[in-house]
Design a protein around this ligand. Sequence first.
Ligand code: NDP
Length: 331
Amino acid sequence: NREIRLASRPVGMPTPDDFALAETPLRQPAEGELLVRNLWMSVDPYMRGQMIDQKSYVTPFQVGEALYGRAVGVVVESRHKDFAPGDHVFHMLGWRDYAVGSWEGFEKIDVEQAPAQAYLGVLGAPGLTAYTGLFRIAGLKDGDSVFVSAAAGAVGSVACQLAKAHGCRVVGSAGSDEKCAWLRDVAGVDAVINYRTCGDLNAALAAAAPDGLDVYFDNVGGDHLEAALNQMKVFGRIALCGMIGGYNDVAPAPGPSNLMLAISRSLKLQGFVVRHHMDLRPRFREETGALIRAGKMHVQETVEHGLENAPAAFLKLFTGDNTGKMLVKLD
Ligand code: NDP
């Protein structure tokens, strides 16, 4: 059984040398355990935080030990009555070819309803993050003017399309012309900003949202948060979902210089972690599934092949070389 281990704690942008591919003997499942062959695994920006030895909402990875994260696979051997060989399951033992663990760590998924990897993307945590941030955190209302950053990514692409489905006017920012074209032409976003080429992001956002913003869905932080604050309407709401622009910073960047606007414009800024909002999952899956079937939710994925390429897939999150959900298909 092959697994990817953390070889060293990255400083700044991680490099391939921070990861190591290792071979381990495959443990046989004990009573109450399952043996699962992994089919797909997810790489996610939050894993960068887990590579730092710090107290956080996620337990840090340990140097020399295997990484772990969301994956889907097929049961090969079951020593629990509720699972049978051939069942497809979601679990947290990614970054390895085979997973062995207690049945409680596995959840059956319905691959008749959607392809297995959808449970790592549009129907999984990224999709639920978009749904939670828009509806519960930002209190999205039909017709709102909405800005989404990292808009062509896993979370952002779902957030943009959910907002469009609710009759909102949506502005999306992304780091390439191809992503902007996808947002405009496929996802139906009203105005797009390539933040790498637009020059002054403040001016670009002011031009893209001339009447101001009711909602900002923040995936990036930093300059994007500052630009959004400038365009917020009175009583605007900001869902603080992620700040990927700073995940590789060696020293923390200063906060937004215009945070005072939160007071003068009576803004609400609220951070959230999706795992505290699992109660929304049935409703989210029903609504999002219906949008997919109606052709109103376009699913975008970028796929790397083979466990050995999982570190490369992870690094691509920080260079913007993924559109939609970044996945690793395991052989
Ligand atoms: P994405 O699929 O959006 O991939 C990351 C994208 O971020 C890249 O493709 C890149 O797109 C963009 N990016 C990377 N570095 C920078 C930078 N320095 N400045 C601006 N953009 C950058 O990942 P996810 O959809 O999985 O995650 C998006 C955000 O949501 C992250 O901040 C993540 O931490 C957060 N998140 C939060 C959760 C929660 O519970 N609060 C749960 C899941 C995700 P581009 O080409 O546009 O630069």
